[in-house]
Design a protein around this ligand. Structure first.
Ligand SMILES: Cc1cc2nc3c(=O)[nH]c(=O)nc-3n(C[C@H](O)[C@H](O)[C@H](O)COP(=O)(O)OP(=O)(O)OC[C@H]3O[C@@H](n4cnc5c(N)ncnc54)[C@H](O)[C@@H]3O)c2cc1C
Length: 319
């Protein structure tokens, strides 16, 4: 029998914070991941607090200084089509447009997408791996989709496409709880398995994502998101890349599908790309240098090749 839980609609941001401060309460977005996680018994909440019913929790708002604020309950499909996002932060629109299926994009919220649990099939199927309370990672088994960077002791891969684009855009995550509101740069929002195994974000109990802010400095310039998938549709990324050359000339390059969190390349490489005028040999060397720390497992060496190829294309476009 599926684990029983109560369903509650939050009527305001304060009401959500109050309900989520109760033990056993969890945030609910579109439920496309959470309801499956409950069925898989990796999440066992007593109460689901629906955040979509908070007034003003959806939509994209220009803040007047060139930055924008995205409500956490905004649907992924709305972000893919939003004219302001599409024109000003295209890497995010492109990343949202390749999330899963049309139905998932329509039901899924950006807050839920950023906080979805990893897809490692050992974890999701209740195998007693490290994340399920066991003593070893199942890393010697079917490891073809696992991480090649920042990996160990557990080798999960971060699953969200929009998170990769948002990292390249220097997004700030607005977090709310009964204690008030705090803002965390997305680069500090995700934790590594070497830091903790029970969750993947810095959210404390009772905290939820209320909005995402994109700074004006990341608007415009040259931006793109590319995603390589096994089936070429309706699938998580094997490897993806978000690349931005900002209007001020700074470069951001972030890989997805390779690490337990969106993986930003070393800033010295971004600076070399920003300096421009690179020939093919230099581009290939930079791509190789970016992946110097990769530690592929027995069946996922192909990810190093895919990442190198995406890096070469992106560097050549941004340089
Ligand atoms: C077959 C399949 C393919 C998919 N492919 C992709 C893909 O290619 N790319 C991709 O990016 N995603 C993919 N997904 C993931 C999908 O996009 C997510 O399920 C969805 O975005 C989650 O959003 P949601 O609103 O339904 O979250 P929910 O299922 O409601 O919640 C997910 C998690 O986030 C927490 N949560 C929800 N909202 C908040 C909040 N505001 N603050 C804090 N925590 C919150 C919940 O407690 C839960 O732990 C795929 C999913 C499936 C099932």
């Amino acid at each position: 029998m599926t684990h029983p839980f109560l369903y509650q609609r939050a009527t305001s941001i304060d009401d959500a914070a109050r309900r989520l401060s109760e033990p056993g309460a969890m945030s609910l977005g579109g439920g496309t991941d959470l309801l499956v996680a409950i069925a898989e018994e990796i999440s066992l909440p007593d109460v689901l607090v629906d955040l979509r019913t908070i007034p003003d929790s959806t939509g994209v708002r220009a803040l007047g200084n060139g930055s924008i604020r995205i409500g956490a309950s905004t649907r992924v499909s709305e972000l893919a089509a939003d004219p302001l996002v599409y024109d000003t932060f295209p890497t995010l629109a492109q990343a949202c447009d390749v999330v899963g299926t049309p139905a998932l994009r329509h039901m899924g919220t950006i807050g839920g997408n950023l906080c979805q649990r990893p897809r490692c099939w050992y974890f999701r199927r209740g195998i007693p791996c490290l994340k399920n309370g066991g003593t070893t990672c199942a890393v010697d088994g079917e490891n073809q989709y696992l991480a090649i960077l920042d990996n160990g002791p557990c080798h999960i891969v971060h699953p969200s496409d929009p998170a990769v684009a948002l990292t390249a855009l220097d997004a700030v995550i607005e977090i709310t709880s009964q204690a008030g509101r705090r803002e965390v740069p997305i680069g500090d929002f995700y934790t590594l398995p070497s830091e903790r195994l029970d969750q993947e974000t810095v959210l404390a109990r009772g905290e939820f994502v209320s909005a995402i802010v994109l700074p004006a400095a990341s608007a415009g310039g040259a931006q793109h998101y590319r995603k390589l998938m096994q089936r070429d549709a309706w699938d998580f990324a094997l490897v993806s890349i978000a690349g931005c050359r900002r209007a001020d000339g700074d470069v951001r390059i972030v890989l997805g599908g390779v690490a337990p969190r969106p993986w930003r390349v070393n800033t010295s490489i971004e600076e070399d790309v920003a300096s421009g005028g690179l020939d093919d040999d230099t581009i290939a060397t930079l791509a190789e240098r970016a992946l110097y720390d990769a530690k592929p497992l027995s069946k996922n060496g192909y990810k190093v090749e895919l990442a190198a190829s995406l890096l070469r294309d992106t560097i050549s476009q941004l340089a």
